[in-house]
Design a protein around this ligand. Structure first.
Ligand code: ADP
Ligand code: ADP
Ligand code: MG
Length: 460
């Protein structure tokens, strides 16, 4: 079977560049879309063709379905790769592609819809025998219903937006008195951010790790998992560092989580690349959290550890080919760590867009950088602040940490602030080095650093 002649990439930033690279190696032509303020962006420079689809505001450009479908028509592209974020998990977009005779590189609209309703997805997983965190069965739409569940499972509880994503739309409720206001505000926020006010409830687990499993399926019955990624190092529910293997993974843990992931993928009638996210508690109990029906930011971790090019595989599967590997051919080797280099102040994590005066990449053995940035480029203020991913591969975790520190020292960015100094602190922290941390780690480290200042008062 033949692959596509031309693919349109409906995204920007490093992921658009990543898809262009895969296409070029497969001999597929690329067209990209861009907002008028991004005419100097790397994805525009590297693609065979670039079509301006609107102004900076994403709702008028990177989220503009009619403009993107028209661009694909103009470019005569047979398929669209949606990247992550933007329209990647929008079932209407997948349907609009189908209606226009364009292949959407991803799962079916139906699977996207099922995965995007997190409350229902939970319910289905429970029915299929994949454990979920104690909480509501489906969405809860009254305060009384939340109170009833909270009393049953005990406080604290977590109110989550059923349509939520990107670490947003979550609210911890510690006691009953807080509930009324929290419920109202969470509902309002969910409606504003996701256009859907549905909430569901989970028990808030105080000490957890985030461990997820990459899956790949061809829609012809083959579902393979490509091992786990540990994304426990987070700030405000947003991932900062990802690694594989998970520092807590034993052979039996890996087998268990892999089986749950495949079971989940089959239940969603999965096709193409996807990720099943799990919570793991201190007793290594595994609970399904959500499914991300798209390629993820941290996919290079899996690519480096398994040697599989996930983007090429996505394209092959979308063209109707069967998976190019079987489960027993997936043999992870060594240790991989990734950091997300954000254009942010490393103390407060507020966005810090601006012009890159100097941008010198690290290199050498076992170092990969996926980026859309270059010296002289101006980081625009309108989009995600992630400008690069630094990924290192080494035989052991200790060697990977040493390599990461070496690469972070080489990485020179001037003109804007980035999260690089923050990462150096983390990789020197004894708890990170031991692998002994949970999702509260970053906050704990940052608080501990603030304490001494307080103690010394006015800077003795
Ligand atoms: P990953 O799961 O790939 O690590 P993130 O949760 O960091 O992804 O999200 C990837 C990108 O997609 C980010 O830019 C994030 O803001 C965006 N995103 C994810 N889910 C949603 C959503 N439901 N609504 C809006 N943006 C989202
Ligand atoms: P999103 O769709 O925004 O990615 P998730 O449901 O994946 O939301 O949760 C994001 C993060 O929030 C998780 O990685 C985890 O750190 C935290 N989290 C989610 N559910 C719970 C829970 N029940 N208890 C404690 N922390 C949680
Ligand atoms: Mg998630």
């Amino acid at each position: 079977m033949e692959l596509f002649k031309k693919i349109l990439i409906a995204n920007r930033g490093e992921i658009a560049v990543r898809v262009i690279r895969a296409c070029r190696e497969l001999g597929i032509k690329t067209a990209v879309v861009y907002a008028d303020v991004e005419k100097d962006a790397l994805h525009v420079r590297l693609a065979d063709e670039a079509i301006c689809i609107g102004p900076s505001n994403p709702s008028q450009s990177y989220l503009n379905i009619p403009a993107i479908i028209s661009a694909a028509d103009i470019a005569d592209a047979e398929a669209i790769h949606p990247g992550y974020g933007f329209l990647s998990e929008n079932p209407h977009f997948a349907e609009a592609c189908a209606t226009s005779g364009i292949t959407f590189i991803g799962p079916t609209a139906e699977t996207i819809r099922m995965g995007g309703d997190k409350a229902k997805a939970r319910q289905m997983m429970k029915r299929k025998g994949v454990p979920v965190v104690p909480g509501s069965d489906g969405p809860v739409n009254s305060e009384d219903a939340v109170i009833k569940i909270a009393k049953k499972i005990g406080f604290p509880v977590l109110l989550k937006a059923s349509a939520g994503g990107g670490g947003r739309g979550m609210r911890v409720v510690r006691e009953e008195q807080e509930l009324s206001q929290a419920f109202m505000m969470a509902q309002r926020e969910a409606l504003a951010a996701f256009g859907n006010g549905d909430l569901y409830v989970e028990k808030y687990l105080p000490s957890i790790r985030h461990v997820e499993v990459q899956v790949m399926a061809d829609g012809k019955g083959n579902v393979v998992h490509l091992g786990e990624r540990d994304c426990t190092v987070q700030r405000r529910h947003q991932k900062l560092i990802e690694e594989s293997p998970s520092p807590i993974a034993t052979a039996s843990f890996r087998k268990r989580i892999g089986e749950y992931a495949v079971k989940a993928a089959k239940a969603f009638k999965y096709r193409n690349a996807g990720t099943i996210e799990f919570i793991v508690d201190d007793d290594q109990n595994i609970y399904f959290m959500e499914i991300n029906t798209r390629i993820q930011v941290e996919h290079p971790v899996t690519e480096e550890i398994t040697g599989v090019d996930l983007i090429k595989e996505q394209i092959r599967v979308a063209a109707g080919l069967p998976l190019s590997f079987r489960q027993n051919q997936i043999k992870p080797s060594g240790h991989v760590i990734e950091v997300r280099v954000n254009a942010e102040d490393p103390e407060r994590f507020v966005p810090c867009p601006g012009k890159l005066q100097v941008f010198n990449l690290p290199g050498g053995p076992g170092v990969r950088v996926d980026t859309c940035a270059y010296a002289g480029w101006t980081v625009p203020p309108y989009y995600d602040s992630m400008i690069a991913k630094l990924i290192v591969h080494a035989p052991t975790r200790d060697e990977a940490i040493a390599r990461m520190k070496r690469a972070l020292h080489e990485f020179t960015i001037e003109g804007i602030k980035t999260t690089i100094p923050f990462f150096l602190r983390i990789f020197n922290h004894p708890d990170f080095i031991k692998g002994a941390f949970n999702t509260a780690f970053v906050e704990r480290v940052m608080n501990a650093e603030r304490q001494p200042e307080k103690k010394n008062g006015n800077g003795s």
